[in-house]
Design a protein around this ligand. Structure first.
Ligand SMILES: [Zn+2]
Length: 49
Protein backbone atom coordinates (compact mmCIF):
# COMPACT_ATOMS: atom_id res chain seq x y z
CA UNK A 1 0.00 0.00 0.00
CA UNK A 2 1.48 3.35 -1.00
CA UNK A 3 2.24 5.68 1.85
CA UNK A 4 4.30 8.62 2.94
CA UNK A 5 6.85 8.52 5.70
CA UNK A 6 6.34 11.45 8.04
CA UNK A 7 8.47 12.53 10.95
CA UNK A 8 6.90 14.50 13.75
CA UNK A 9 9.03 17.52 14.60
CA UNK A 10 7.85 17.41 18.21
CA UNK A 11 8.39 13.78 19.29
CA UNK A 12 10.62 12.73 16.32
CA UNK A 13 8.50 9.66 15.66
CA UNK A 14 8.55 8.40 12.07
CA UNK A 15 5.25 6.92 10.98
CA UNK A 16 3.29 6.02 7.85
CA UNK A 17 0.54 8.15 6.40
CA UNK A 18 -1.56 5.89 4.17
CA UNK A 19 -2.65 8.30 1.48
CA UNK A 20 -1.83 8.29 -2.20
CA UNK A 21 -2.16 11.99 -2.85
CA UNK A 22 0.85 14.04 -3.72
CA UNK A 23 2.62 15.80 -0.87
CA UNK A 24 5.81 16.47 -2.79
CA UNK A 25 5.15 20.16 -3.12
CA UNK A 26 5.09 20.47 0.65
CA UNK A 27 8.17 20.42 2.76
CA UNK A 28 6.24 20.25 5.98
CA UNK A 29 2.77 19.07 6.80
CA UNK A 30 0.60 20.11 9.73
CA UNK A 31 -1.12 16.88 10.72
CA UNK A 32 -2.37 14.90 13.67
CA UNK A 33 0.45 12.97 15.35
CA UNK A 34 -0.72 9.65 16.89
CA UNK A 35 1.97 9.79 19.55
CA UNK A 36 1.64 13.45 20.54
CA UNK A 37 -2.16 13.16 20.40
CA UNK A 38 -2.46 16.55 18.72
CA UNK A 39 -1.68 18.36 15.49
CA UNK A 40 2.02 19.03 14.94
CA UNK A 41 4.34 19.85 12.08
CA UNK A 42 5.83 16.86 10.26
CA UNK A 43 8.81 16.58 7.95
CA UNK A 44 7.88 14.68 4.79
CA UNK A 45 10.61 12.09 4.36
CA UNK A 46 9.67 9.94 1.38
CA UNK A 47 6.97 8.28 -0.66
CA UNK A 48 6.85 4.49 -0.62
CA UNK A 49 4.78 2.62 -3.18
ZN1 LIG B 1 4.55 13.66 17.63
Amino acid sequence: MPHWMLKCTECKTVWELNVAYNLREYRRLYHYCPRCGRNTFHDILEYVD
